[in-house]
Write a protein of this length. Structure first.
Length: 351
């Protein structure tokens, strides 16, 4: 293991950076120009022409023009001016390791090969990304400005890779199941996000009576992934949160409890002596009717009351009951760009 006295080999501690603040002829610093280069690299390509269009192609529209048959020259500067992808990956990886090390109270150990890659990126941009002394490695101010754009550029490259792989292969197909609760809350948002990631995806959606049956379908290979309650996912199966549904206290409107902004389960029990059990969504209308007509109290999930009349009922957040997590769970047997796109879509929802 290399000594932390030299986190990035070849860099002298606290060397002044002559490139960071020197403006060019147009008044821009090198850091500002580097940010523009990264932003340009992350710009999505223009939309493809409609295959059914009868309009002339580029070559047809230029037929007869002088030099129409001459090859189109691609300037080398259009390629050489872009930063190396490996440099961006190393930059983001080391920045992440700094954050992780700070959280753990340790010093990062940067591999010499990664340090060399970052030095090449610094030479390309002519600015310093990291500064360090004998005890600590830090991001420079210029690096903090560039880091979010670098992340965006890498995300776009990863998306480009998934789209290219999907284009080269037959139309991707995915079998996605969902439990009854997830059908109304999480599945519509996940499907929309997945269509953005994988526009050509043939998505087959299936409803599962329960989370246990959905998980069993994945284990048996009848489904590729499912959206279920977090407690239904067995240990060892990968999953990611796609929605968090809060629980609500349903109390008689006008009662003392309805005057509170938030409630707890002990407060409900003291008021009514008992709490109607929150069993499933199908019993929610009956339980809410008893709250309005008999003065009972109950607990419902927020999605249970989306389409229900709540006349005579006041709904209040429960502060002592965590929300129910709905997660995307999938099998590790089938792994490829299609499943990676689905997981990326789930991650974009943020839970």
């Amino acid at each position: 293991m290399r000594s932390t006295d030299d986190p990035l080999p070849g860099l002298r501690p606290d060397d002044p950076d002559p490139w960071a603040t020197a403006p060019d002829r147009e008044g821009q610093t090198r850091a500002e120009r580097a940010a523009e280069r990264l932003a340009a690299a992350a710009v999505p390509p223009p939309p493809a022409a409609d295959p059914g269009s009868s309009g002339p192609t580029r070559d047809e529209s230029r037929a007869g023009e002088p030099g129409a048959d001459a090859p189109v020259a691609v300037p080398g500067s259009a390629i050489d001016d872009l930063p190396p992808l490996s440099g961006l990956q190393a930059f983001v990886a080391v920045a992440d390791s700094l954050a992780d090390a700070a959280a753990l109270g340790t010093a990062p150990d940067v591999d010499p090969a990664i340090g060399t890659t970052i030095e090449a990126l610094e030479r390309h941009w002519e600015l310093r990304l990291f500064s360090h002394d004998r005890w600590a490695l830090r991001l420079t101010d210029e690096a903090r400005r560039l880091l979010p754009v670098a992340r965006q550029a890498l995300d776009e490259v990863a998306r480009l890779d998934r789209l290219a792989r999907a284009t080269a292969a037959p139309a991707p197909r995915l079998r996605l199941g969902a439990s009854t609760r997830a059908l109304r809350v999480a599945l519509p948002r996940l499907v929309t996000a997945t269509r953005t990631e994988l526009p050509d995806l043939e998505l087959e959606q299936r409803s599962c009576p329960s989370g246990e049956e959905a998980i069993e379908a994945v284990a048996q290979g009848r489904l590729d992934a499912v959206v279920v309650e977090a407690e239904d996912v067995p240990a060892g199966m990968p999953s990611i949160t796609v929605a968090a549904v809060p629980f609500l206290a349903a109390v008689p409107d006008g009662s003392r409890l309805s005057l509170e902004r938030t409630l707890t389960r002990p407060e409900l029990a003291r008021h009514a002596g008992r709490i109607d059990p929150a069993v499933d969504a199908r019993s929610a209308p009956t339980r809410l009717l008893r709250v309005a007509t008999e003065g009972t109290v109950t607990i419902v999930s927020a999605d249970d009351v989306l389409d229900l009349a709540t006349v005579g009922v006041a709904l209040r957040p429960l502060s002592d009951l965590p929300p129910q997590r709905l997660v995307l769970a999938w099998s590790t047997i089938e792994d490829g760009p299609t499943l990676a796109g689905l997981v990326a879509a789930a991650r974009s929802l943020g839970g």
